[in-house]
Ligand binder design. Structure first.
Ligand code: PEP
Ligand code: MN
Length: 263
């Protein structure tokens, strides 16, 4: 169902009043985790004025270590709803498991399925049974084919509103957190009609290097980006080392617009 052979023209995913996968590049930006009212509202305002059309923020966080910050959970969802109301930005947050799906779906415009859950087939089926847009992130060691088959699980249940997201894969290179596989962008655009987003923050995992990969992703043909932005990255509760501050994000957005306009 997700193959270009089945449907030649690009699919667009409607999120509120936005059409993802159309002519415009859309940028989802915000902190890795929602930490406080002040943090999420100030970030929402800053990313909106820099040109982002959607806000990200984790409430239920799937952390590598059980001793790391696990997110504000239900309180985080409520703060995202406040930020949405305050700024009009649409919201993306991760759904970690089927148990919290109903609560997350109620508070978000896009359901993010994280890399660690790309082959959680019960979760894929459950989000496939909703009619909410899904941002499906590529698994840490997943091939392009496996990503497409994961998307197929969702679409096969009747939810056609799927956006694919390249977020870096694990390779032998360890100078960076992951290796952002920009090969995936033109490959996916050829293989599927679904919109393709890129997450340069997790993809490279090095704050100073994120803007270059934002530019590269757009030049490679991505339909949009998801970028981590924090008011004070060194003090972030998660992923501060890869989060842009407000001025870095604003500057990078200007560069991204210039590249998009030249294409
Ligand atoms: C995130 O977006 O903060 C996240 C956990 O991403 P991923 O699932 O790609 O690791
Ligand atoms: Mn993160």
């Amino acid at each position: 169902l997700v193959s270009r052979e089945v449907k030649q023209e690009d699919s667009q995913v409607r999120v509120g009043n936005l059409m993802l996968g159309g002519a415009a590049i859309h940028v989802i930006a915000g902190p890795c985790s929602v930490e406080s009212r002040e943090q999420i509202i100030s970030t929402a305002q800053a990313v909106k004025s820099a040109g982002a059309t959607m806000l990200r923020g984790g409430a239920f966080k799937p952390r590598t270590s059980p001793y790391e910050f696990q997110g504000l959970k239900g309180d985080g969802l409520a703060l995202l709803a406040e930020a949405r109301k305050e700024t009009g930005l649409l919201v993306t947050t991760e759904v970690k498991d089927t148990a919290t799906l109903a609560a997350v779906a109620e508070h978000t415009d896009i359901l993010q399925v994280g890399a660690r859950n790309m082959q959680n087939f019960s979760l894929l089926e459950a989000v496939g049974d909703t009619r909410k847009p899904v941002l499906l992130k590529r698994g840490i060691s997943a091939t392009i084919k496996e990503l497409l088959m994961a998307a197929e699980y969702i679409v096969a249940r009747g939810n056609t509103q799927v956006i694919l997201c390249e977020r870096g894969i694990r390779t032998f290179e360890n100078m960076t957190r992951n290796t952002l596989d920009l090969n995936a962008v033109p490959m996916l655009k050829a293989l599927t009609h679904l919109p393709v987003f890129v997450d340069p923050s997790h993809g490279i995992g090095v704050r100073k290097a994120v803007p270059a990969m934002m530019r590269a992703a757009v030049a490679a043909g991505a339909d949009g980006l998801i970028v981590e932005v924090h008011p004070d990255p060194p003090r972030a509760k998660s992923d501060g080392f890869q989060s842009l501050d407000f001025s870095e994000f604003e500057k990078a957005m200007g560069e991204v617009r210039a590249i998009a306009a030249a294409m």
